[in-house]
Design a protein around this ligand. Structure first.
Ligand code: HEC
Ligand code: HEC
Ligand code: HEC
Length: 431
């Protein structure tokens, strides 16, 4: 039988527990404001120049403006599974930017993902990578940003799905995914490799795209560099599971990261094009270090025999192919639309291109990157106006795009059919 006194007792305990929990949650979520600067700081030129290089390696410009005429003024939308986040103004405008931020406020934002006034920032801002930068590098970035032209541009409201509009929830994400222990060099590796590892992990955030994410949008730390995604493109695995049909040499990686194009490999497309544009302007030695580090991972991929080792046109479908109708449609599209450029092999400054059996997009575990390439074509890299591919979005139907992709996967790459290809085509091509 229930005893009224005991009931009251339980009630008290529950209340106490609720208060303790609320206190713990508050301690996890709440962050104080940091006092604004009262005097304008000054910086020496070497700091600013080093900061400029780090800003390129960290690709700050690619997210912090949609408008090249207004560098770092913010306002670029970023789609996340939890809603749309807009980047903010990181020019030194005192009202709408970081002009009143002290070095401590800037450091806290980079290390803890907390704004000067104490609100949590969404991890669409890759502070979970920047947190591991050296203090000297963060100070150099501060010097660089505090000396950019100030632009008045208020932040836009985010458009988050319930309950993610409540920023303090990010504090729990940080408990799971924010590892702000200091970066440590691996003494078994060369100084160049260690420089590359540091830049890749703490600055250029390669894993933000190349490592898969969990349901909560955090990096799946059990599968480092196992292939991820960005803006609906597949970002290939950079480890033993790399889909690339031909092995990468260190020299090819250096050329690819610097210019977006390397012998025997596909061009950098989609979000990787943006990465390369930034690396093109960074310190050459840093790009070389990134290539050394990346190569050490890609070199773990076992040698495979793939159609990429053969030259020449792709074959007609076999007469006994169980999916003959569709494969014939795909082959006809390839022969009429693609072969004239892709069968010629890539020549410098011309419209001709890599034979498609060498294109990594045919070997990816899902067809998204291939569909985007066919839809949108390829814009030429700087200085190579001839290297251009037209987009087929308005020319091919969903069915034709699907048939072409199915044919290329089977007769170009010799790989098992992509599951749910038709769904993927519809989704990737949806307006
Ligand atoms: C992948 C996209 C991305 C990259 C790359 C990026 N940022 Fe951001 N950053 C964001 C977004 C989005 C926000 C706003 C987050 C929010 O409001 O919750 C932000 C916010 C910030 C803030 C906080 C500003 C404020 O008003 O609270 C600072 C400081 C900042 N970024 C600095 C940098 C620096 C420095 C770099 C380069 C080293 C950089 N960001 C690179 C997306 C990015
Ligand atoms: C006018 C010439 C032209 C046509 C036609 C063309 N492409 Fe391309 N394609 C290019 C160029 C140039 C590149 C850039 C990279 C290069 O040089 O290999 C490219 C790149 C690609 C890539 C990325 C791999 C790579 O080569 O870097 C794929 C995949 C691709 N094209 C598929 C297709 C398909 C499928 C068709 C037919 C629907 C097609 N292309 C038609 C010129 C063309
Ligand atoms: C914003 C997301 C993003 C970031 C950051 C990023 N990548 Fe990529 N990367 C991609 C995507 C997407 C592709 C696939 C491009 C394609 O199919 O054309 C790619 C392709 C590549 C490839 C080619 C793989 C192959 O087999 O063809 C290499 C190598 C690579 N990235 C290395 C890096 C390195 C090193 C870094 C860090 C310095 C990095 N990436 C940062 C998205 C990203």
């Amino acid at each position: 039988m229930d005893h009224p006194r005991r009931k009251r007792h339980v009630g008290k305990w529950l209340l106490a527990a609720a208060i303790v929990l609320a206190g713990v949650a508050f301690a996890i979520m709440w962050r104080p404001a940091i006092a604004p600067l009262t005097a304008a700081p000054s910086f020496d030129q070497t700091r600013i120049a080093r900061g400029a290089n780090l800003a390129r390696l960290g690709m700050c410009a690619s997210c912090h403006t949609p408008d090249l005429a207004k560098p770092f003024a913010g306002g670029k939308p970023m789609e996340t599974p939890f809603g749309t986040v807009y980047s903010t103004n990181i020019t030194p405008d005192p009202e709408t930017g970081i002009g009143r931020w002290s070095p401590d406020a800037f450091t806290r934002s980079m290390r803890k993902g907390v704004s000067r006034d104490g609100h949590h920032l969404y991890p669409a801002f890759p502070y979970n990578h920047y947190t591991r930068m050296t203090q000297a590098d963060i100070d150099d970035l501060y010097a660089y940003f505090m000396t950019r032209p100030a632009i008045h541009a208020p932040a836009r409201d985010n458009d988050m799905t319930f309950p993610f509009g409540f920023r303090p929830l990010v504090a729990f994400w940080n408990v799971l995914y924010l590892d702000d222990t200091a970066w440590e060099a691996d003494p078994k590796q060369s100084a160049e490799w260690n420089r590359g590892a540091y830049l890749a992990g703490a600055v250029a955030h390669c894993a933000a795209c190349h490592t898969p994410r969990t349901m909560l949008g955090g990096p799946d730390l059990s599968r480092p560099l196992d292939g991820g995604e960005a803006e609906d493109w597949y970002a290939p695995a950079l480890n033993a599971r790399a889909p690339s049909p031909l092995p990468w040499t260190r020299e090819q990686l250096h050329a690819y990261l610097r210019t977006g194009i390397a012998n025997d490999h596909a061009v950098a497309g989609g979000p990787m094009q943006d990465v390369v544009m930034h690396l093109a302007q960074a310190d050459e030695r840093d790009v070389a270090a990134l290539a050394t580090w990346t190569h050490s991972h890609l070199a773990q991929a076992p040698a495979r025999s793939t159609p990429a080792q053969q030259a020449g046109s792709l074959p007609e479908p076999k007469a006994d192919d169980p999916d003959l109708q569709r494969m014939r449609t795909g082959y006809a599209l390839y022969a009429n639309s693609c072969a004239r450029c892709h069968d010629a092999g890539r020549a410098p400054s011309s419209g001709t291109a890599l034979p498609l059996q060498k294109a990594v997009a045919l070997y990816d575990p899902d067809p998204r990157s291939l569909i985007h390439i066919v839809d949108d074509g390829i814009l030429p890299p700087d200085g190579e106006p001839g290297r251009w591919m037209p987009g087929y979005r308005t020319i091919l139907t969903d069915e034709q795009t699907g048939a072409l992709a199915a044919y290329l996967r089977k007769y170009g790459a010799g790989q098992p059919a992509w599951p749910d290809l038709d769904d993927a085509v519809r989704k990737a091509r949806a307006p």
